[in-house]
Structures are given as C-alpha cells and as structure tokens.
Design a protein around this ligand. Structure first.
Ligand code: 2HA
Ligand code: ZN
Length: 275
C-alpha cells in the first residue's frame, strides 16, 4: 500500500513541503504533529509495522490516552519529507497511561518523534480540551520576521498581539484572541512544554522568544494559515518600521479594530485594546 495515497498523509506531506517552501524550516528546524481521527487510523492500519518499544515522554496527558499521531522525526529535515516520508515522518501510538509513545510506521533507521514532542503533546492535550476535541494540528516553525520581532518588542502577549493586529487588517479576524509569548527557554524539554501549554489554554498561537512560533488548528489549512498570517504581519511590521526609520506615521486605531471585529463577528481580547 502506498501511504501517499492516504488522504490525511497527503495533507500532512503537503503542509511540510509548504513550510519548507516558505523558508521556515532551515536544516532540521520546526516540527508538525497531527492527532488522527479513528477512521484515518483505520485507513492507515494496513501500513502499520510491528510496533516499536514504548518510550516515556516525561509528560503525561489523560485526554490523549490511546491516541495516534503523525509526527516529524527528531533531527530530520522538512526539506526531505516529500521525497522520503518513511525516513522523515512517522505514526506513533500513545499508551493507555497517556505517558509513552511507540512507533507504528515510518521514522525508519532509528529516527524518533520530534525533539519537541513533549511540547506538542501537552499542547494537543490543552487544545483538545479547549476546543471540545476539534483541534488536531500543532505546528512549530522558525519564521524569520516573527523571530526578529522578539528582539525589538517587549516580550508580552499584549505588545505582540497589538503590533500584529495593527500590521494587516485581516489579523484581528484570523486571531481575535491574540498570541501568547513564551520568554526564552531551552527548547526540547518539559519546562518549555509546560510554559507553552499553559498559554495554549487561552491562545491558539504562542511565540517562542528568539526561536519561533507554535500554532494550532482543527486542520492543516487553518494551522498553516495562522502561521502564514502571523509571519506575514510580522514582515509588514518590520518593513514599515525599517522604511520609516523606526517610526510609524499611522496605524490601525483601536476603534478601527473594534469596527472590524463588529463587522466580521469576532470578539477581540478586550484587555489588549486601549480605547
Ligand atoms: O526540531 O525546531 O525547536 C528542531 C526545532 C526545535
Ligand atoms: Zn524550533
């Protein structure tokens, strides 16, 4: 059976390649996980191999017991995913305690799930709970403009959200709840995983200072679209600041943000508005 004929895998592989094409995944940068629907697991089941060993994650989530995820591989490159899915991505099953994974397909020749699997796992847990099970995608990338913003703005959710909302009219519609900000931390461990997942209880995107961005969504289009929209807004913000010699002559006023929200039927996070 050709795994690239399974629709969910087609969507997953396309998203990896799209992220690579955008320039967000230098070397082994970034990672993508998808929580599979039961019918997607069944479509994939003929491809499953003899399961690997259970491996504990150092984090635990009650509401992810027995779930199946597609994940990118630790140390593997987004650039190679489309050419060779079996070496660069895989399917893992979570145990009945919600604390260990084992490989069922892919991640060939000793690969493991992404080094950020603990962060992805806890984010899946909180987003699943926050969205009544709708959320399925957690996506981490290294988009350059957004990372550059973390060197010039105070590292607060309010400062980042306002700067991004004001940088393109669509932004308040796409992320009316704003974005969270995680201060600089060592990547890959349970500390950054906990800090990020705490923010993901409230936000569907979280900036990692001097590192990148985590986005979530119910499907590949929404999660990729959120990453894309935030990064484009960051690019506009930096272009405008650079062209203006560090000064903005005008921006989208709060009353205009409110007008957008009213017409598009979204609720902006009130505490981030100043008037
Ligand atoms: O996978 O992006 O944050 C490499 C990373 C770690
Ligand atoms: Zn990273």
């Amino acid at each position: 059976m050709d795994i690239t004929s399974v629709p969910v895998m087609q969507g997953y592989l396309r998203m990896c390649d799209d992220g690579w094409q955008q320039g967000w995944h230098e070397r082994n940068g970034g990672n993508l996980t998808y929580r599979m629907r039961p019918q997607e697991v069944e479509a994939f089941r003929p491809c499953f191999q003899t399961p690997g060993e259970w491996v504990k994650m150092g984090v635990k989530a009650e509401n992810l017991k027995g779930e199946y995820f597609i994940t990118t591989g630790s140390g593997r490159y987004f650039r190679n995913v489309k050419e060779d899915p079996a070496h660069n991505v895989g399917v893992v099953e979570i145990d009945e305690e919600g604390e260990a994974w084992r490989i069922l397909w892919g991640l060939q020749e000793g690969a493991k799930p992404t080094s950020e699997f603990p962060s992805h796992f806890l984010n899946h847990s909180v987003r699943k709970a926050a969205t009544n099970g709708e959320n399925r995608v957690i996506y981490h990338a290294h988009p350059a403009n957004l990372i550059a913003m973390t060197y010039i703005l105070p590292l607060t959710a309010k400062d980042f959200t306002r700067a991004l909302w004001q940088s393109a009219t669509e932004c308040p519609v796409v992320f009316p709840g704003g974005v969270g900000v995680v201060p600089w931390m060592v990547p890959g461990g349970s500390e950054i995983a906990w800090a990020t997942s705490k923010l993901m209880e409230e936000y569907d995107a979280a900036v990692w200072a001097h590192h990148g961005l985590f986005c979530s969504g119910p499907d590949f289009d929404t999660a990729f679209g959120l990453m894309h929209t935030i990064e484009k807004a960051a690019q506009i913000y930096l272009l405008a600041l650079s062209a203006g010699g560090g000064k903005l002559r005008q921006t989208i006023e709060d009353k205009s943000l409110r007008a957008i929200a009213k017409d598009f039927g979204v609720t902006l996070r009130e505490e981030f508005l100043e008037s």
